[in-house]
Design a protein around this ligand. Structure first.
Ligand code: CTP
Length: 405
């Protein structure tokens, strides 16, 4: 598991620094690329040269000691790391991280990284039990940091209790187990996902309506892929011929844009991800007749009025929801797509070139461009709508994780 992995070892100041030397050595022996950041206090216990020799890489201590003028070291290291391990982690570095303090190389890099961060604490037994330390650790756990805590034992300060750094082999085993379990876990496990799909129908009279070419296939593929990835899915569906039977999918049928508006808002609170794949009518007949209109000679002009923009209204009330819209375009794809993302306060937009072969309405395949709110752009090449749905969900999951760090 460690082979070819980029591991950033953060060493803060405590007597347990000597065990971090063994860690650096063992990780390197397992094939990992190890880079070490030490705090100034850590360098009081063990010379940086020791870590340099064990990792075969320069050791970083001073934020302003830039070794390469082409790069900003703390950002470069933060991006380089697949895994960050802080061992030993003192009460001080735990406190800084839990409170967003970045005043040295290690704390600054920790705020900048998006990698998995493992924290192996080491401190005096009473420090470990202090409410401030407990509160900080809880906060970090809530944010997704992983602690590798030791059992009881003799401490260098003379006490017996909890506080010694876990043994290097056990730290490595804990990381390995955690990474392996995570790979097995479905990506949306425990998440609530709300999806709208299909067209809407806007009636003129009991037998006539306005609608569009949407088949609902993309939205249904998203619902099924999300449910297979462990999510609890609510699917608000316009009139389509698609069927869906899945224990994790609750389907609510609607006909008009207004009905979709009501159901989307009803289910919106408490959702983690909301994807609006539906092709909602932008206009509906101003007058709806209760009885069938008889044909007459000459033209019939139907006056239309705007429907409410459901997605835009959700963008205004969203709290934690990761809100994703669809844009069906035939030209200036990126420009129009990005405008919609901004106007509707979205987290990402899936842009569909409905004029290109094998993409868009009705067919079984699609190809899309996914753009997130930081303008990061990913192309999803032509594939079945189910495969495209899986890729879109993977991108959403990636971006949600990035937001967390
Ligand atoms: N949408 C919505 N409510 C509407 C209209 C659209 O929620 N009344 C959502 C769609 O579900 C989709 C996105 O908004 O996620 C599409 O944006 P929109 O600006 O409506 O696209 P177009 O209808 O293609 O708009 P335009 O004609 O301006 O290109």
């Amino acid at each position: 598991m460690f082979d070819q992995k980029n591991i950033l070892l953060g060493v803060s100041g405590g007597i347990a620094v000597y065990k971090a030397c063994a860690l650096a050595s063992k990780l390197t022996q397992k094939g990992a690329n190890v880079k070490v950041i030490m705090t100034e206090s850590a360098a009081e216990f063990v010379a940086p040269l020791t870590f340099q020799a064990l990792s075969r890489n320069p050791v970083y201590i001073d934020t302003f000691d830039e070794k390469n003028p082409q790069k900003i070291a703390h950002i470069d290291l933060a991006d380089w790391a697949d895994i960050v391990l802080i061992a030993p982690a003192t009460a001080n570095i735990i406190g800084k991280l839990a409170n967003g303090i970045a005043d040295d190389m290690l704390s600054t890099t920790l705020l900048a990284t998006q990698a998995d961060v493992y924290i192996a604490p080491a401190m005096n037994v009473h420090m470990y039990a202090h409410p401030a330390v407990i509160k900080n650790m809880k906060q970090l756990e809530e944010w997704g940091y992983h602690f590798i805590e030791p059992g009881d034992g003799y401490l260098a300060c003379g006490y017996v209790g909890k506080g010694r750094l876990e043994e290097p082999e056990s730290i490595m085993k804990a990381i390995q187990k955690h990474q392996e379990n995570r790979e097995k876990e479905p990506i949306l496990s425990g998440k609530k996902v709300l999806i709208s799909a299909g067209p809407t129908r806007e009636r003129v009279d009991p037998v006539r309506f306005f609608t569009n070419r949407s088949s609902g296939k993309m939205g249904y593929a998203l619902a099924e892929a999300a449910a297979d990835s462990g999510a609890e899915v609510t699917l608000i569906s316009g009139p389509v011929s698609e069927n869906i039977m899945h224990p994790n999918i609750k389907r609510i049928n609607v006909t008009t844009a207004d009905e979709m508006y009501i159901e989307m808002h009803r289910y919106f609170p408490g959702q983690d991800i909301v994807i609006k794949a539906a092709a909602v009518a932008d206009y509906r007949p101003k007058q709806v007749y209760a009885e069938k209109l008889k044909k007459k000679d000459g033209e019939w002009l139907v006056e239309m009025e705007r429907t409410r923009d459901i997605l835009q209204s959700l963008g205004k009330v969203k709290t934690k929801q990761y809100l994703v819209g669809f844009a069906a375009e035939t030209n200036n794809l990126l420009e129009y797509g990005k405008k919609k993302l901004e106007k509707k306060n979205l987290d990402a937009i899936v842009i569909n070139d409905v004029s290109s072969a094998g993409a868009g309405f009705e067919g079984d395949t699609n190809s899309v461009t996914y753009v997130n709110k930081h303008w990061k752009q990913d192309e999803v090449a032509i594939a079945s709508k189910r495969e495209v749905a899986e890729k879109i969900l993977t991108l959403i999951n990636r971006d949600m994780k990035d937001e967390l760090h």
